[in-house]
Design a protein around this ligand. Structure first.
Ligand SMILES: *Cc1c(COP(=O)(O)O)cnc(C)c1O
Length: 491
């Protein structure tokens, strides 16, 4: 921004115009791609460019990864940087910050760079020599940052270390997720805690990748649907408190082993969990009481609260960490009266629970649309769900970004006259001579059957293709790659 400002000043633009134009500056895509590597590893592919500033960003991103304890760096020489003593000093300093287990340098100038004695260090003159010697390095159980200048063509290395994947991928933009998180956060008073729903593997968009980002952004709580999702996050090094929405008895062992916190939604679950803790000799285990104020899925109904309290008062195995409820229609103005009724019933029940158990706990009722439409009900914490993933059906107040893109490539292109049809049952009738492409995606890749027969849309290089009444396998297009937009991902 400073550079732009100075250039514009030099060129004689006035202050107002400069200010206006600076507002139009967009942050650069960081190009950091997190991929699944072979032998239990993660690859951070940042092989587009190399300079100290982007190296610092990439090392920072590397340090946010907790899924494997070992961190490694493959670094090529720099392009376009003058190799001064000052530059060398800066680079050395940067490399010593990240507590790296191993650094592999490519380029003989890097021979002069020394790093801490705890870091294993190898220098190769060029990428080819590294590729020939790749077997000498152990990359298992590691997060590996591949960072290099274009001319070193490190994409060959990243291809070699990455697990083979199909050409059909669901890309998740972590920057967009972070942006959406900040949008909702801006709606919260400073004392309001933020719980983020990462159930069903973050609404289908990932697991530790997203949890690491949320942990880095200091959210207060994560929530999963089942204990095994929570266990996976713990094994990937996620330390945040994690609530489990649906804690089956068979999962109690995992819940305790991985320090997960169950939602208690019925007398049966409460008794069973207390009995389990008793057998293990544990006390004061944090639990979350779910109150049913109108959703009528899980939770204690008002008439069951007395029985729950009686049980709670007789024991010291569990400790209420929070009591919460779920709003049915927080974003629907026609349901305003019902929402208000839910909130006041909730408040009445919570007061009663607090009075009887004699200590306070976290109170929360707002989901995504509650955050936007009911700031008066934020209480101690809110639970952000679908909005984080870029979908908020009830509000346009926030500037949300699309998070997921389902991408594939074209297998074959055909030119067909108008008289032909495409696909099963001759359903794909052409309205004119057409160019038809077959793409590498099917139902097994998550492409919904509902998108068939002309319902779904695909984009080729950013342009929506003409919609045809044809089967899902085929679409008209001219160039690579195809990009599909799933318009709906509500669970
Ligand atoms: C899924 C879920 C949420 C999040 O709801 P959104 O509408 O996606 O924000 C909040 N609370 C509970 C109990 C949930 O199961």
């Amino acid at each position: 921004m400073l550079t732009c400002t100075l250039v514009l000043l030099e060129m004689g633009y006035d202050k107002e115009e400069i200010q206006r134009r600076l507002m139009e500056l967009k942050p650069l895509e960081m190009r950091l791609q997190l991929k699944k590597g072979k032998n239990n590893s993660s690859i951070i592919d940042d092989s587009y460019s190399n300079d100290l500033a982007s190296l610092e960003i990439a090392l920072h991103f590397l340090s946010q990864q907790n899924q494997y304890s070992k961190k490694k760096l493959i670094l090529s020489d720099f392009e376009g940087e003058r190799w001064t003593p000052k530059f060398q000093e800066k680079l050395q300093k940067l490399l010593s910050l990240g507590s790296l287990q191993e650094i592999i340098f490519i380029g003989s100038r890097l021979d002069n760079i020394f790093v801490s004695s705890d870091t294993q260090r190898t220098v190769y003159p060029d990428t080819d020599t590294l590729l020939q010697n790749i077997g000498k390095h152990d990359f298992s159980e590691s997060v590996i940052l591949i960072k290099g200048a274009r001319k070193y063509r490190l994409e060959r290395l990243s291809k070699l270390l990455t697990e083979k994947s199909h050409e059909t991928v669901l890309q998740i933009n972590l920057n967009a997720l972070e942006h959406n998180l900040k949008q909702y956060r801006s709606k919260l008073a400073p004392h309001v805690k933020l719980m983020v729903m990462v159930k069903a593997f973050s609404y289908g968009s990932g697991s530790f990748e997203i949890a690491n980002m949320l942990q880095f952004n200091n959210v207060d709580y994560l929530t999963v649907a089942f204990a095994d999702e929570g266990a996976e996050l713990r094994r990937a090094g996620v330390q945040l408190p994690i609530m489990v929405l649906s804690p089956h008895e068979s999962a109690f062992e995992d819940i305790v082993r991985y320090k997960l916190e169950p939602e208690i939604y019925s007398v049966r679950v409460l008794k069973a969990f207390i009995a389990y803790l008793q057998a293990k000799g544990l006390t004061d285990y944090p639990v979350h009481i779910k109150l049913d104020t109108g959703m009528h899925r899980l939770g204690f109904m008002e008439h069951e609260v007395d029985e729950m309290l009686e049980i709670l008062l007789r024991q010291s195995r569990v400790k209420v960490r929070s009591a919460f409820s779920h709003l049915v229609g927080a974003g629907d103005p026609q349901l305003l009266a019902f929402t208000q009724q839910q909130i006041s019933l909730y408040q009445r029940l919570v007061k009663k629970i607090e009075k009887h158990i004699g200590y306070s706990f976290i109170r929360h009722i707002c989901n995504t649309s509650g955050i936007v439409h009911h700031p008066e009900a934020h209480m101690d914490m809110v639970r952000l769900g679908i909005g984080l993933y870029g979908y908020d059906m009830t509000s346009t107040a926030l500037d949300l970004q699309e998070v997921g893109r389902l991408k594939t490539t074209i297998t074959q292109i055909k030119r067909l006259p108008m008289t032909e049809t495409v696909g099963y049952d001759r359903k794909g009738r052409l309205r004119k001579d057409s160019v038809i492409a077959t793409v590498k995606i099917g139902y097994a890749d998550g492409y919904s059957r509902r998108f068939g027969n002309g319902v779904g849309e695909m984009m080729v290089n950013g342009h929506v293709c003409v919609r045809w009444a044809i089967s899902v396998w085929i679409c008209v297009c001219w160039t690579l790659p195809i990009l599909m937009q799933q318009k709906e991902m509500r669970l």
